[in-house]
Design a protein around this ligand. Structure first.
Ligand code: FJE
Ligand code: FE
Length: 300
């Protein structure tokens, strides 16, 4: 057999852009503003992704005490800082460039509030968990900005939140197999990034303008979500005179039934009804909710 050199950047079938959404600002939490792309009416679910919010929040607005069950929240800060505090005593501040990967599993009740003056901005992605992982013990994985794995090559800089790119790998453990990359492309540069064939994948543009999927397509600007069709990777060109920043996210679809009630995401209506009872009665993972209130609530 002849051995061919397989570069980790080789793409045979570029994924086309199949749908494009503009994420417009809407109110969420208490006085906070989110640009929701995945999770809005026209795109309820992009298996395994439930929500993608680009949030913007200034004190006293925020996301006070609320529960989660059945999925993961991934918070990646772009500007400012958010203090989070949960009912098990886990507390901390996520600053610009920092990452919090929270596996809510069977239950978390927490608050997410501005940690400083000015505007705090970031991305929050909700990743569904498979039926066999929905009721696991909650877990946090937190990485400070300085410790996020980065790679640079040919005008491309990538921050590797989950998965791998340019030969480097993130230490984040993904229950639902996920790729999460934060790319910045210098003017005139281009990129080929492999994505596992069977995975769903999307791009969300943060800054500048880029050509995605096909070198002749029209440019996409900030606050737009692009859903990628089948293929083995993404091709991107920065033909503009400014840096282009976007995230590329891919995930292995679960292919399971979904019943969602706000921050509770299960497989059946019965499980949702049970979850509401568990939360009301403070049982099955919500025990600590019975006499807990975040500092954010006590203060006001
Ligand atoms: C919320 C349930 C929630 N987008 N982006 C219901 F979990 C939330 C919520 C958030 C959130 C928090 C941050 Cl830090 C960033 C977010 C939704 O906490 F707003 C509603 N209404
Ligand atoms: Fe939350």
């Amino acid at each position: 057999m002849v051995e061919t050199e397989i570069s980790d950047e080789m793409i045979n079938v570029p994924r086309p852009v199949v749908r494009k959404f503009q994420a417009r600002p809407q109110r969420e939490g208490v006085g906070a503003v989110v640009r929701r792309s995945i999770g809005r009416f026209e795109l309820k679910y992009f298996d395994p992704f439930l929500v993608l919010d680009e949030f913007s929040v200034s004190a006293p607005a925020g996301f006070p005490d609320h529960p989660h069950r059945g999925f993961e929240t991934v918070t990646y800060m772009l500007q400012g800082a958010i203090t989070h505090e949960d009912f098990a005593g886990h507390k901390g501040t996520i600053g610009a460039g920092d990452l919090q990967w929270m596996t809510a599993g069977r239950g978390i009740v927490h608050s997410e509030m501005p940690a400083s003056q000015g505007v705090q901005k970031g991305l929050q992605l909700w990743i569904n968990l498979s039926s066999k992982h929905k009721m696991i013990e909650p877990r946090y994985q937190e990485i400070q900005s300085d410790d996020i794995v980065e790679a640079e090559k040919n005008g491309i800089k990538v921050r590797i939140i989950a998965g791998e790119a340019l030969g480097k790998r993130s230490p984040i453990y993904t229950r639902t197999p996920t790729l999460y990359l934060d790319f910045t492309l210098k003017p005139g540069s281009n990129l080929q990034q492999p994505i596992p064939k069977s995975w769903n994948a999307f791009v969300y543009v943060l800054e500048g303008e880029g050509i995605f999927g096909n070198s002749r397509s029209s440019p996409t600007t900030a606050h737009h979500l692009l859903l990628l069709g089948p293929g083995d990777g993404l091709m991107v060109w920065n033909k503009s005179s400014k840096p282009l920043r976007f995230i590329l996210v891919g995930g292995e679809p679960l292919g399971e039934p979904l019943v969602q009630f706000g921050p509770f995401v299960m497989n059946t209506q019965e499980e949702i009804d049970q979850t509401i009872r568990d939360f009301e009665n403070c049982v099955n993972g919500f025990e600590r909710a019975s006499d807990w209130q975040s500092q954010a609530m006590v203060d006001c």
